[in-house]
Each structure stands twice: as C-alpha cells, then as structure tokens.
Design a protein around this ligand. Sequence first.
Ligand SMILES: [Ca+2]
Ligand SMILES: [Ca+2]
Ligand SMILES: [Ca+2]
Length: 439
Amino acid sequence: MPRTNLVVLTSGFLAVALSAQQSMAVMKGGGFANAAAPQADLLRHRVVVRFRRASSESSVRDFARMAGLLLADRGRSGEFYVFECTPEIGRPLARWFAAQSAVDYAELEAVARTTVAPSDPYWAGLQWNMYNAGAKSNGVVANHGVKAEAAWAAGATGAGVRVAVIDTGVAYENFGAFLAAPDLVGRPFVAPYDAVTGDGHANDENCHGTHVAGTIGQVTGNGIGCAGIARNCTIMPVRVLDSRGSGTHSWIANGITWAANNGAAVMNLSFGSAVGSVTLQNAIAYAAGRNVVICAAAGNTGTAGVNYPALYTQCIAVGATRFDGARASYSTFGTGIDVVAPGGQTNLDQNGDRYGDGILQQTFVQGSPRAFGYFFFQGTSMATPHVAAVAALVKSVRPGYTAAQIRRAIETSCVNLGPAGYDTTFGWGLIDAAAAIKR
Ligand SMILES: [Ca+2]
Ligand SMILES: [Ca+2]
Ligand SMILES: [Ca+2]
C-alpha cells in the first residue's frame, strides 16, 4: 500500500502520563474527593429560628414587626420560624438569635440542589474540560469547558444512544490478555468489531481508543476515577488502527461501514491523514447517508490544512482548545474547521494544579494492557470525543432529530471564540452541551 495512505494518530505520544503512583498521590493530597459532595448554598437574607417554648404566631409576628423583620415562613406546627432581613445582617442576626436564652437554635436558611456533580474523585478540580462556565479548577475559573454538568441537570445523559468509537479498540472486555478498564465496567457495549483482524473482539492494543472512550462514556457517579460526558450512552468499540496507532483506509472504511450498519447514531474518528482516498470518502458518504453524526479530528499539525476524513463535508471537523480557550498550539486549523472543543495543552499549567493541562481519563500503559491508570493526554483526538458525546446528549433528548439537525444544534449553539461568527481557527466556536440540547 502507498505510504501516504497510512493514518497517524493525532495524539498519543505527546501525552503526559499521570502514572498510577502519581494518581495515588493526587488521591491522598486531599481537597479533591470531597469537593464532589452535595453543595448547599446559604441564603444570607433568611434566618431560621426555633424557640424553646411554644410561642404563639401572633407574638412572633409582633416581635418581627418591632425588630423590622419579615416573618416569611414557619414550620407546619410552629417548630421553626423563618425571618427575612437584608443580606448584610443575616449572619449577625442568626448569631444574636442563637445567643438568646429563649432560642433553641438559629441558622441561615440553606438551599439544596439536585446533585449532578458526579462522585468520581477526579471530577473535582481536574476535569476542567467538562465544566460549566464559572466553575473553578484548582481555584482558577474554568470558563472553557463544554458544560456537561448543566446538560446533565437538564436531563441529557445520552441514554441508549449508540456511539461508535472507531479507533485503536477499547478496553471493554476481559478476553485473553485483555481486561476491561475498571472505570468502563458497567457501560453498555454493543456490536464490537475488529476491522484490523476481521473478528468480533475490538480490544485496544495501543491505549488511545480507551482514553477516547473515557471522555465519551467513562462510568460516571461510580465513585472512582473520572466522569464521561455522555454518561448513559452505549459504546460500539470498532478497531481500525493497530498497536502503533496506524491503520489503512480500507480498514477504516470497513469499520465505518460496520458502525453505520449496526445502528451507530454518532461516530468518533480521532485520527487523520494528510491525504484522502475514494475508499475513505465513500465510507464517510455511506455513513452520512445512514443518518450518522460523524465527528473527526482536524489534526495535530499546528498549521492550516485540515486532515482527512475531517475535511470531508459530511464530517464535523474538530479543533482543540486549551484551558484558557486559546487554540492549542498543535491544533490544525484552516478551511473546513467546524468547531473546537478542549484538547488540552500539557506543556502549560494554566489552572496551577501542577499537572500539564491535558484531558484526564482512564487508559492503560502502552504495551501493558492490564496496567490501568489515569492519564493526561492532549490532541485533537481528545477534543473530538467531546463533540461526539454532546451529539449523543442531543440525540437522547431529541430522539427524532436527524444527524443534520443534531449537527446544526451543536454548531449554532457554540460559544464564539476569536473574531465574531465563523472563523477558520475556531470554526463556529467552542461547543456548549447545555445550549446544544435546547436547540
Ligand atoms: Ca468514574
Ligand atoms: Ca494543570
Ligand atoms: Ca469566531
């Protein structure tokens, strides 16, 4: 085969690893694990008071009037009273009440919210790429995540949507030398296919596809490791790249056709070539004709010239951003770029957590498919699964949408970056899961 038809992974070896040992240090470092606890906000303008002796409501009301407070609410049998005041005096007022002999307790009113912050310990602080605008990562405002949490709160989880991870395989099963990644156990997998060897076991012999699968659907809320964006999706593992991360266009075409024929609603293509081929183009056109949302990595050249297959019009071509929303230095741009998503930049630490700002997910040490850990990777390979996952979120709340409608929902809801409107560095801008699901 001609050398130019070989596909090179658009991430992989630029990766900075958080080794198993280092990840233990993160666990013990404190501050991360309990940040995922349910957050209760305090209302500084409402003070809840319980009196020791039963007080008639009229006497409490008289007291409130004299004190310049509004009696806003009470327990159903008078077991507590709620006073409203200006926010500045809420705390001192609660303290004053608590010091009175007639008062059993006094406290600021608290608000409980549905808890969508996942229990996964690395969520807090480290998965900035998925955060809502204004959330903090190690104390630094992380304004350039894809707002997964807000999408979950609105009920979008990708439930039942089939997302094909067409890659180096996925650590999805215990088979021979291979083990399922612990943080993928529980994720539904369907229709696995290995287009490299032509069998039904799409085991990952590289480590790249497992990391990509994690961003899409790491098991979320299981109390270990990381969260994934499409937290209830179904993953179809399709192997088209070998242990070195290379694959021929004919393998890739076979994998894409397999996924299209087996009910994939979304496919993730985190690889690229400088050249296209009729074989690859026909497979992409076939999948598009089967109503599949196709997300493809723009490339890691750092220059203009979007790779194939991303450059084909049927693909959403995805570039990569870093923590501060700037283009990651390696991210390919130019004609044909459609959107950007966080791909990380591991030679920078803009959130000051002492780790390079990569995308953290579980995979294994290359060459040791049973040695799992959490690794910061960077690349348009890492950005692309954010888009595939958001496509799954949209599909799960708009099951009647066509692939074209899902793509439009994603592209028209992006947060602008760079010059106003579409530009050839950021495309339509940074994807926004919370906005896309409302289109
Ligand atoms: Ca997890
Ligand atoms: Ca960092
Ligand atoms: Ca723009």
